[in-house]
Design a protein around this ligand. Structure first.
Ligand SMILES: Cc1cc2nc3c(=O)[nH]c(=O)nc-3n(C[C@H](O)[C@H](O)[C@H](O)COP(=O)(O)OP(=O)(O)OC[C@H]3O[C@@H](n4cnc5c(N)ncnc54)[C@H](O)[C@@H]3O)c2cc1C
Length: 377
C-alpha cells in the first residue's frame, strides 16, 4: 500500500482508501514538522532503523492510541525539563567517572590526568565503547557544565557554548543563522541531536563531521579553556592533521564564536548514502556575499575530501571579485572538483567525491537566482 498526499492510501489492487481516522491531516494546524495532530513526536523513532515493518505502521499504531488525557502524569513529565545533573564522582574497579560542577572543577582533573577521556553527549565516544570495547580508566563528563552551555546572539557575534546539544542550539537560534538551520535536519536524527553537542563534533576532529564545513564558512573561532585561562583560535587554523588539532590535552572547548553580520548567501550541502542519519561522504558549507552582480567575498568549508575539514581556498579565489555568471561558476566548479585530496573508502570513491564537489557549486548557483543574490546584498 502506498500513502498519497492528504492521507489517501492506494491499495495494491489500485483502489483508494480514505485516510485512517488516526492519520494526520497535513492541513491541520496541530501538525508541524515535529508533531502529528495528537502530539505524537514524528521524530521519536528516527534513527531506529526499523527495516522489517518500516516506520509507517508504527506511526499508525501511535496515532491509534489517541491523545493522552489532559492530566496524564507521564505526558506532563515528558514535557518538563530533565532534572539537573548533579556533580558526581564514581570509582569502580580502578576506573573513575567524574561529572564536575563547574568549568574550574573540570579543568583540574583534565590537566592532572593527561589520558582523561572527556565526554559530552557521548554519541561519538559511546560508539567506541559499545562497538570497539573502549574502556577509559578516567572519564570527565562536561555536558552539564554551565560555563559550557552559554548562548548569546549579539550584533557582533553569536556565542554558542560547546556543551549545548545540536537540538538546543537549533532551538536557541530559531533560524537566525540560516546556514546552521539548513544543517541541523541533515545531522544524524533528532534522537542523536538531542544528545550530541557542538563541542563534541569539533572535539572528535573528524574530517567528516558536519559542523566544521558550516562553521568554516561562517568564519567561526573557538574559545579553548585551560587552568591558564582562555584563548581564541580560528577554526580555519584549528585542524592540524587527521583527528589532530591545536587544542592542548589540558584544554576544553568552551564555546564557538560566529562573527556577525552573516554573509547573505549561505547553504549547506551534504552528500551521504542515506538522506538521514548518515555520516557525510562530502559536506560543503557556503557563505557568499554578492554586490551588484559581483562576488565580493566567498567562504567555502569542505568536509570529507581531506584528512581535515578545510576551506576551499582555490575556489574562493576563483569566485571572489568576479561577476556571478554561469561561466564564472562553471570555471569555479572545475576548480572546486580538484580541492582537497579525497580518498576511496566504503562511503564513496575519490572520483565521486570530487564530482560531488563540482556539482555542489552548480547546485548552489541553480538555487540562487542572480536577482535574489543581488537583492540580498
Ligand atoms: C547514529 C549516529 C549518527 C551520527 N550522525 C552524524 C552526522 O550526521 N554528522 C556528524 O557530524 N556526526 C554524526 N555522528 C557523530 C556524533 O554524533 C557527533 O560527532 C557529535 O557531535 C558528538 O558530540 P558528543 O557530545 O556526543 O561527543 P562525545 O562523544 O561526548 O565526544 C566526542 C569527542 O569530543 C571530545 N569532546 C567533547 N566535548 C568536548 C569539549 N567541550 N572540549 C574538548 N573536547 C570535547 C571528547 O573528548 C571526544 O573525544 C553520529 C553518531 C551516531 C551514533
Amino acid at each position: 500500500m502506498r500513502v498519497l498526499h492528504a492521507g489517501l492510501r492506494v491499495q495494491h489492487g489500485g483502489g483508494v482508501l480514505p485516510p485512517r481516522r488516526s492519520e494526520p491531516d497535513p492541513a491541520s494546524p496541530a501538525c508541524d514538522n515535529e508533531h502529528g495532530p495528537n502530539g505524537f513526536d514524528l521524530h521519536a523513532l528516527s534513527g531506529n532503523l526499523c527495516r522489517c515493518t518500516g516506520y509507517r505502521p508504527i506511526r499508525d499504531a501511535a496515532y491509534a492510541l489517541g491523545s493522552p488525557e489532559i492530566d496524564d502524569a507521564f505526558a506532563a513529565r515528558t514535557a518538563a525539563p530533565p532534572p539537573p545533573a548533579v556533580a558526581t564522582r564514581l570509582a569502580v574497579d580502578g576506573a573513575e567517572f567524574r561529572r564536575p560542577a563547574s568549568l574550574a572543577e573540570a579543568l583540574d582533573p583534565v590537566a592532572d590526568n593527561p589520558g582523561a577521556q572527556v565526554v559530552a553527549g557521548s554519541t561519538d565516544h559511546g560508539v567506541e565503547v559499545n562497538i570497539r570495547g573502549a574502556r577509559a580508566p578516567y572519564v570527565v563528563a562536561v555536558d552539564r557544565i554551565a560555563e559550557l552551555r552559554e548562548f548569546s546572539f549579539g550584533p557582533d557575534e553569536v556565542v554558542v557554548g560547546a556543551g549545548l546539544t545540536l537540538s538546543e542550539v537549533e532551538r536557541l537560534l530559531v533560524g537566525r543563522v540560516p546556514l546552521l538551520a539548513q544543517l541541523f535536519p541533515q545531522f544524524a536524527s533528532r534522537l542523536i541531536r538531542n544528545g550530541a553537542t557542538i563541542g563534541g563534533n569539533l572535539g572528535t576532529a573528524s574530517p567528516i563531521g558536519d559542523t566544521p564545513p558550516a562553521l568554516l564558512a561562517l568564519d567561526a573561532s573557538l574559545v579553548l579553556s585551560s587552568r591558564n585561562g582562555d584563548r581564541v583560535v580560528s577554526l580555519a587554523d584549528y585542524f592540524t592533521g587527521y583527528r589532530t588539532t591545536l587544542k592542548e590535552p589540558d584544554e576544553l572547548i568552551r564555546a564557538v564564536r560566529i562573527p556577525m553580520p552573516l554573509a547573505p548567501v549561505t547553504a549547506f550541502h551534504k552528500v551521504a548514502k542515506r538522506r538521514f542519519d548518515d555520516i557525510s561522504s562530502v559536506a560543503v558549507g557556503y557563505a557568499l556575499d554578492v554586490v551588484d552582480g559581483t562576488v565580493v567575498s566567498a567562504r567555502i568549508g569542505l568536509g570529507g575530501v581531506a584528512a581535515t575539514p578545510l576551506r576551499a581556498s582555490a575556489t574562493e579565489a576563483a569566485l571572489t571579485g568576479r561577476p556571478r555568471t554561469e561561466m564564472t561558476v562553471r570555471e569555479a566548479a572545475a576548480v572546486m572538483a580538484s580541492e582537497g585530496t579525497p580518498m576511496d573508502d566504503h562511503r564513496a570513491s575519490s572520483t565521486y567525491r570530487s564530482a560531488m564537489l563540482g556539482q555542489s557549486l552548480l547546485r548552489l548557483y541553480a538555487a540562487h537566482r542572480p536577482d535574489r543574490l543581488e537583492a540580498s546584498a
